[in-house]
Design a protein around this ligand. Structure first.
Ligand code: T4K
Length: 368
């Protein structure tokens, strides 16, 4: 009997290395509030991600929500519905109206050619997602934003370490956020970060994540507790040592899936671009029912029968959540179709190539 295989399995560093960090915490008794490991991780991530400055948060969602809040936006925000709930929630929880733009059929990121027609006098920003770690059309989006004086925030939850032409992906737009959740390529158990590009932005964000405190007893704004603690930061520091190794293992696994499945009739796998250094965060694949004679759900069911648990990231679209039924703006037929066809196959550094072959074989043997 094979062990169950889930869509991901978090990387864990050698236990001894984490224990060494824990023993420092036992000595110092400094467990939170921007301690030693927190500072060290911010410095190391700034180097690794090649961005001006990194600010840590308790999780990715909090970094996105506070990042949006820090920009003082109003009215409408153009965004993608093909994402995790967090992206849309972060917009709505800031009192803003999401306007949904369709996505590219080639890599599932927001379709930059469709953004301009959605801009009104109430539009204040674009929140785009580097979904699965595939970069958005950052140049086009930048041009539109400059023309209409819009802020651009990238949800780079999936895009840790991704580069475009050697430039760290967090450099594009006004800011970006990363998720360091356990299910991500790089994690700190829970955690997240925002890219800070100037002092003023850093000052605002720092207040928002720490109750608005600017000194003992001095409170400037109604901030929250968005701080990453030292146990999380310690895990991040331990994991960062192994990140390149993890990404390389994922590259090999993704390549094997491609060799097994790419080019088969009714199956679509997004092409990779020469200019991009990917992190192989997910392995999304589309199953076209009209050609195959069976649906994505059948593939998922067949895999489940074999204790293999891929996920339908990102079905349903966030625009179809019941909490947004009365406020959806924007037609997104491409996103709807892709959400009905997509499956993200298991992908993590420890996944054995023989299991990749087994998963591929199960898929290829499904009969109409
Ligand atoms: N923006 C985007 C585009 C995002 O995708 C996300 C999060 C965010 C923003 C917000 O970032 P965070 O606030 O989360 O940092 C997961 C993750 O919880 C979530 O972080 C992630 N995106 C989303 C795409 O996936 P679930 O509810 O699907 O995860 P769950 O618990 O079902 O885990 C998936 C599989 O992973 C499990 O079947 C087994 C395995 N697993 C999971 C965990 C947590 C493990 O083996 N060990 C573990 O510790 O949301």
């Amino acid at each position: 009997m094979n062990e169950p295989i889930y869509v991901t399995k978090p990387f864990l560093p050698p236990l001894k290395e984490y224990e060494e960090k824990l023993s420092e915490l036992w000595d110092s008794h400094m467990l939170s509030n921007m301690g030693k490991f927190h500072g060290e991780l911010e410095r190391m991530l700034k180097e690794y991600l090649m961005v001006p400055y990194v600010m840590l948060f308790v999780n990715g969602h909090t970094s996105l929500e506070l990042l949006i809040q820090s920009m003082g936006l109003t009215g409408e925000v153009i965004t993608t519905p093909f994402t995790f709930a967090s992206t849309t929630h972060a917009i709505v929880r800031n009192g803003l109206e999401p306007v949904f733009c369709d996505i590219n059929p080639s890599d599932f990121t927001i379709d930059a050619d469709k953004i301009e027609s959605l801009i009104t006098e109430r539009t204040s920003a674009i929140v785009a997602v580097h979904v699965y770690g595939y970069p958005c059309e950052v140049e086009k989006i930048g041009r539109i934003a400059r023309k209409y004086k819009l802020k651009v925030i990238y949800d780079a939850a999936h895009a840790f370490g991704v580069k475009i032409n050697g430039i760290g992906i967090g450099n594009f737009g006004d800011s970006s956020m990363y998720s360091f959740h356990a299910t991500k390529v790089f994690h700190s158990i829970e955690g997240g970060a925002a890219v800070v590009k100037n002092l003023e932005m850093g000052y605002r964000l720092h207040q928002l994540k720490n109750f608005g405190l600017v000194g003992e007893g001095l409170v400037n704004c109604p901030g929250i507790n968005g701080k990453m603690n030292e146990f999380q930061a310690a895990m991040g520091l331990c994991n960062l040592k192994y990140i390149d190794e993890e990404i390389e293992k994922r590259r090999i696994i993704s390549q094997r899936y491609r060799e097994n499945l790419e080019g088969k009739e009714g199956i679509f796998i997004p092409a990779l671009k020469e200019s991009v250094a990917y992190n192989y965060a997910y392995f999304p694949i589309l199953f076209e029912e009209e050609t195959l004679g069976y649906s994505r759900d059948t593939v998922s069911w067949e895999l489940n029968q074999n204790q293999i648990y891929p996920r339908k990231y990102f079905y349903p679209l966030t625009s179809s959540f019941s909490c947004y039924s009365d406020r959806v703006k924007g037609e997104t037929p491409v996103a709807e179709q892709i959400a009905s066809q997509v499956l993200t196959l298991p992908l993590y550094g420890d996944l054995k190539l023989e299991d990749v072959d087994r998963i591929s074989q199960i898929i290829l043997k499904i009969k109409r």
